[in-house]
Ligand binder design. Sequence first.
Ligand code: AMP
Length: 286
Amino acid sequence: MIRFEKISDLRKALSGARNVGKKIGVVPTMGALHEGHLSLVRIAKEHSDIVVMTIFVNPTQFAPHEDFAAYPRDTVRDARLAEQAGVDLLFLPAVEEMYPDGFSTFVTVEGLTRVLEGSTRPTHFRGVTTIVSKLLHITAPEVAVFGQKDAQQAAVIRRMVRDLNMNVDILIGPIIREPDGLAMSSRNAYLSPEERRQSTVLSRSLRLAEDLVGRNERSSSVIIKEMKTLISAQGLANIDYVSVADYTTLQEIPALEQGRTVLISLAVRFGRTRLIDNCLMTLPAN
Ligand code: AMP
């Protein structure tokens, strides 16, 4: 594995690979790697010859009151895990490399970014789409891999790539979970032992939703109410939202319908740690 900190050096290495016909795959991350990130590397390896992982804690996707400064950073451990997972090129740019003095251009996806995460984090997705655009321009990959863990992010990136005619296939990897069901996240490290214990309620609430649908419940408000009741029974949980939405538009829907894919998603705070989780459901059309 070769490490790069400069855009120009990474570009040189990639153009060499491209000239000998290698297909490039990129996995953008903010580091503090876990099995979720590494699963995306394996997907990238299946679909490309050279896998680039980027590790960049992107300041523009954090609001001033969010955890940019505190976000976990461990480059030595990350580099070891990335290499073991088969990353070929690791890109670790400094903030000044990505946002030099005078930086003033942003990419914004309208609509989809206003709801769910966007309703409480109004500048978040603009930061995400700007950095992902930059990373896609720098690496010019055939494929880029993201996780279903950030379902709205995946939808927003897909829309950006389509709207701006970016020449890249976006692949979405499934959510990787801890044995007790908690979706893996770099932010899980912030949880106290008691918060960590209670946090399993997130995945349990999604399973409850699946059970309810399995028992023919179709009303979004009933599903949301049952999920909220289960989550609120954990004393340390503070619900930001629980949503049943159309997966394409991300607009809330009153009821599940046959043939339509719905995104059931939630954001819950435990102390200062905000966790998200989701599942997709499609009722078969008869
Ligand atoms: P992050 O470092 O949190 O920005 O995440 C980098 C990429 O890894 C994003 O595409 C995430 O959706 C994805 N990811 C994070 N956690 C998981 C997980 N538990 N399972 C699958 N993908 C994940």
